[in-house]
Write a protein of this length. Sequence first.
Length: 295
Amino acid sequence: TTEMANQEEAEIQISELDLLSSMFPYEEEFAVTDQLALAELKHYVENESAEVPSSKLQFILNVKTEGPNASTVEFSMACALPFKYPTVLPEITVRSSLLSRSQQILLNSDLKTYLMQNFSGEPCMLSAREWVKDHAAAYVDKDLSSSSVTASDATQSEVTTFTRLWIYSHHIYNKQKRKNIIDWAKELSLSGFCMPGKPGVVCVEGLQSSCEEFWSRIRRLTWKRILIRHREDVSLEGGGHAEIQKQRKFPTLEEKCFDAHGARGNHMDLGQLYHFLEEKGCADIFQMYFGVEGH
């Protein structure tokens, strides 16, 4: 069953983290950045909770390696394990102050290719770390001027990313939370909508960094269950205000209450939600939320 598979994947993640912490006991080599996610995962594995954890395990691995002229080069690997890991690959971003943007992009894509080719379905954090230790320093001196991504291009047009997050919550009733959603969206120049009730649906769109800030605030509140159901990212060359406005499907962020029905008047009319999404050109999202074709 998926339940069994999930349990197994979760157990593998925890034992892999235990292994990393025993091999790299010092904070400067290995640090878990989201203790809450780890606690939630352990809670799930100990079968205290049937709820699938809402956040990914996140940690940093720092690697020191020998660079050109016997100098020491430091690389940091920011890692996140999707809940399905190791069935799916880990999300790893390798950074170093010595890498240009284009060198970093190339290094990360080569690491991903290496993992894809060698570790489908197996734990691979140690292997990824080994690969970085052995290969990363070579990217510091890579001259990419001949390739399509030149360092000067990368600095000239900083690519702006427009993001739309579709957030799902078991329910949203609390007045204060509803107020936070609207106030924070306004403060961060995000548009979208919030459908309170059960289930709760929140959509926010705008600059990627603003969406991520919004999500990090929202998820710190107490929820029975909340997760990002779907995420859309669009890279905008130049990314001025007008470009961003063009991408928006919603003018502002407002609360949408579709006629509630049911004994407690708390279940929203999903048919109306479907038509609202259809008007906005987002009908396909309905299926992602509710796993059914809308009508």
